[in-house]
Design a protein. Sequence first.
Length: 297
Amino acid sequence: MNVEFEDCKDFSEGLAEARKNGEWGFVDLNGKYVVAPSFQETRHFSCGLAAVRLNDKWGFVEKEGKTRISPQYENAAPFSEGLAAVRRDGKWGFIDEHGELVIPNIYEKVRRFSGGLAAVAESKSAWKFIDTTGATRFNLAEGKLSKDFSDRKIYNELDSVTNHNCDLKLQCLEFSEKLLPAFIGEKWGYLDESGNVVIQPQFLIAAPFSEGVAVVAKQPGKFVYIDKSGNELFAGKQFDYATSFSEGRALVFKKSKDYFYIDRSGKQVGSKTFCMAHPFSDGYALVNDYLTSSYSL
């Protein structure tokens, strides 16, 4: 399939956000619009719903384009574990899939629910974890949460937050495949769900595990892949940039070759390279070559 759009994003639950004539809608795996491009802005589908902005207000639509929750919020995030963060009067709270307010709009900042918990802050730096009823589970020392890795990108900025219970910093505050990147001393390593160090701190950058492997870097611009024992894979092959595996492939970058994909053996998939590309999702990847400024699937 080679379908061009003004802009588009990765597939999620079989649909991808795509822009035409300045407005956003959703296309299926054949590149056909199933939700007409009529929105100012959109978020990806999750739990069968997508946040959309219409007339400067956010609401939620179903996959057929039917409005489930009417546009009424200042901002909205995708659903996760049955709850979505929404902002009203400058404060964030959480609603369920029927639009009922479950956790009141009292927070300055929030993160999505993962494993039944979400990080929230009533002030700019006082973070804590709450459960799905809004009850506080534990507090965190002042600090900044890093951008999460839900889109499988690696972030070089290592903003973090310190856990009161031990001398470490949590990079993304979400376990992935039962392991969590953690900043211990001056390096990143990995903890298990009991808080035990299972991969010693030795990395400048450490991403969550995906499909049994993780992207790490001991030096800037020298990314490698490791297994859950901390062993380097692919004979220690290094990349200038690398992303987590998705659907058996990973997007990597070398200055001499631009962006390309590798398989689980570390070998390049095909011979084509791209000036910009995204990880695979639902069997497709969003790419951009040098011949056109448009994105293709």
